[in-house]
Design a protein around this ligand. Structure first.
Ligand code: OSB
Ligand code: MG
Length: 375
């Protein structure tokens, strides 16, 4: 594909969540989202969504650092490299260390652009192999155990194939005890977002084995593959790594060390489709299931997550769920909906396959910047 990139448009939009989302690292009530649009010289364009949060609490990136890196380094590097296809973006940006969410937002926009120019659905363009994906939900920490069990009920009734709850020290086994009493057989997992420590919390983490969990996600610190491998040897429950895996090398090391048995892949966390594809391909070769994580995306990011989830290695239900769980009104049309069986059909339209509600984005925009790539 011969792309000739003309400009990159950045916008910040503000979107209130229907209800606050709380994890061990903080509470989110609204999202400040960086929307990236890449334009080709011939006028075609594609959309990406940068998943960096408002605060550097999940990882080091924030929407403000991502904005700066995108405008000051990513866009000029793409111009200098005369990138001609989406598959060249990752290499062209490799001199920028880390800042993967910033790079991924732009790369995603260029993949959408390229798929649109090729008149193909993005999921087919990236060589996805399934036209329907299976869905789970991630439920944040709630104000009471009853409120949590209530939420679980509702999501199970909606048909979601896997329920994940957030945990932290003091809010873990008692929550599982209450959920298992009412839902002994539901497919259940927990996500700690690095809230535990191997020295003090191993006995508690071993108790998770009593609840027949599909996995325990990211119990320990992001950089600590060695401690995760020690912990995995103590647990029957598979460990799934999220924050710890930002590139293929991390996945290789985790596999070699036995630090996890499952990997959560997020496009933003790993720096885009090229790295995500490499990780899922490595995991598949080593019989490690992967699934698509979520970052409270609005519609554009959600559409990209659907496309990625069609890749062959994504054999477990992801955190990709209906738009209506997050937003009164999404920024895409139609919004993402989930079937009674807990599945989403991959769209048949070109590129991300959802219409982008541009007037709505315009109305929500609080900041904008355009970087021209040609002189
Ligand atoms: O760890 O998976 C996570 C949200 C923000 C930051 C980190 C995580 C999450 C979620 C939400 O679990 C998943 C979603 O519904 O988008
Ligand atoms: Mg997680």
């Amino acid at each position: 594909m011969n792309l000739q990139l003309e400009r990159i448009e950045l916008r910040e939009i503000e979107l209130p969540l229907k209800s606050p989302f709380e994890t061990s690292f903080g509470r989110t009530t609204r999202r400040r989202i960086l929307i990236v649009r890449a334009f080709d010289k011939d006028g075609a364009s594609g959309y990406g969504e940068c998943v960096a949060g408002e605060t550097p609490f999940f990882n080091h990136e924030t929407i403000d650092t991502a904005w700066l890196i995108t405008a000051k380094y990513v866009a000029p590097l793409l111009a200098a490299a005369r990138v001609e296809s989406a598959s060249q973006v990752c290499q062209a940006l490799s001199v920028i260390r880390e800042n993967r969410m910033a790079k991924a937002g732009v790369e995603a926009a260029i993949w959408d652009l390229e798929a649109k120019k090729a008149q193909a659905p993005l999921w087919q363009h990236i060589e996805g192999t399934r036209d329907e994906i299976t869905c789970g939900v991630s439920i944040g920490l709630q104000s009471s155990t009853e409120a949590l069990v209530d939420k679980v009920s509702r999501e199970v009734e909606s048909g979601y194939q896997r329920i994940k709850i957030k945990i932290k020290p003091g809010k873990d086994v008692q929550l599982l005890e209450a959920i298992r009493k009412q839902f002994p057989a539901v497919t259940l997992s927990v996500d700690a977002n690095s809230a535990y420590q191997i020295d003090t919390d191993t006995p508690l983490l071993k108790r998770l084995d009593d609840y027949n969990l599909l996995m325990v996600e990211q119990p320990l610190a992001p950089g600590d593959l060695v401690d995760h491998s020690k912990l995995q040897r103590e647990l029957r429950t598979p460990i799934c790594l999220d924050e710890s895996i930002v590139c293929l090398a991390n996945a290789r090391h985790a596999h070699e060390l036995g630090a996890c048995r499952i990997i959560n892949i997020k496009l933003g966390r790993v720096g885009g489709y090229s790295e995500a594809k490499a990780i899922q391909s490595f995991a598949r070769e080593h019989d490690m299931p992967v699934w698509c994580g979520g970052m409270l995306e609005a519609g554009i990011g959600r559409a990209h997550n659907i496309a990625m989830s069609t890749l062959p290695g994504f054999t477990l239900p992801g955190d990709v769920s209906a738009s209506a769980r997050y937003w009164e009104e999404d920024i895409i049309e139609p919004p993402v909906t989930v079937s009674r069986e807990g599945t989403i059909k991959a769209p048949t339209g070109h590129g991300i396959g959802y219409g982008v509600n541009e007037p709505r984005i315009e109305a929500l925009t609080v900041r904008r910047e355009t970087v021209h790539l040609t002189q």
